[in-house]
Ligand binder design. Structure first.
Ligand code: CA
Length: 235
């Protein structure tokens, strides 16, 4: 009888042990999922990596130089998602953080679409070299000129870029811009950008970096906001 009871106890223990093991597995899996989800848009518990300010050297920067947080867009003028980002997300960032002196914003050229990306970037760098103040109007004009439908259409030509400059940044020396495009004068600046793309392992455009932390989904403004707020030392 006593033996039977012991055996019964052992059996009961085995039975309760099984759900325990299953329960542990479930908890581990749930934790792993939670971890992966929290990675999206930046891990809320991980500290924001500091920014290496050398990323900003000779780059167009929007906002106050003293702004405590740095946001860098790695973008390509030929990329439809970059155009969409500029229209949907950037205005919110500008209003909430750049205009209020909390964020400075830089744009680094990505040349994933070959010669056309290079040509548009050469023009933007040339305008920036001539007149940094004029840069952002020209930058926006290029994205505005990107066709909404036929992305493969040949829309980036020297003539088109010069026409855009004539309309949107009339203070620019157009003859100099034309000569700069012909001689690829800004090739060294593009080389710097290509190096940054390699250094930060940019695979997709746009890629948005908040200080030294890359945002997983550039269109997740809430995640961007929470990373910026954390970098600001609040909330
Ligand atoms: Ca650049």
């Amino acid at each position: 009888m006593g033996k039977k009871t012991e055996a019964g106890k052992a059996a009961a223990q085995t039975q309760t042990a099984k759900p325990l093991v299953i329960g542990t597995v479930v908890v581990v899996v749930l934790l792993a999922i939670l971890f992966l989800v929290s990675q999206k848009g930046g891990n809320p518990t991980a500290p924001i990596a500091p920014v290496d300010q050398s990323v900003l050297v000779n780059q167009p920067v929007m906002g106050e130089a003293s702004a405590p947080v740095t946001v860098v867009e790695f973008g390509d003028y030929l990329c439809p998602a970059c155009k969409a980002w500029g229209e949907l997300i950037y205005p919110q960032l500008e209003k909430e953080y750049i205009d209020t002196g909390k964020v400075k914003f830089a744009f680094v050229n990505v040349l994933f679409h070959g010669e056309a990306s290079e040509l548009a970037s050469l023009a933007a760098e040339s305008v920036f070299a001539q007149n940094p103040e004029a840069y952002w109007s020209f930058h926006k004009a290029i994205y505005d000129a990107q066709p909404k439908q036929d992305h493969d259409a040949l829309w980036v030509t020297p003539e088109k870029l010069i026409a855009l400059a004539r309309t949107h940044v009339p203070q620019i020396d157009l003859t100099r811009l034309e000569a700069d495009l012909k001689s690829k004068k800004a090739a060294p600046e593009l080389k710097v950008d290509v190096e940054l793309v390699r250094k930060y392992r940019v695979q997709l455009t746009p890629s948005i970096m908040i200080n030294g932390t890359m945002l997983n989904d550039p269109f997740d403004y809430k995640a961007m906001k929470s990373l910026i707020d954390k970098a600001l030392g609040g909330k």
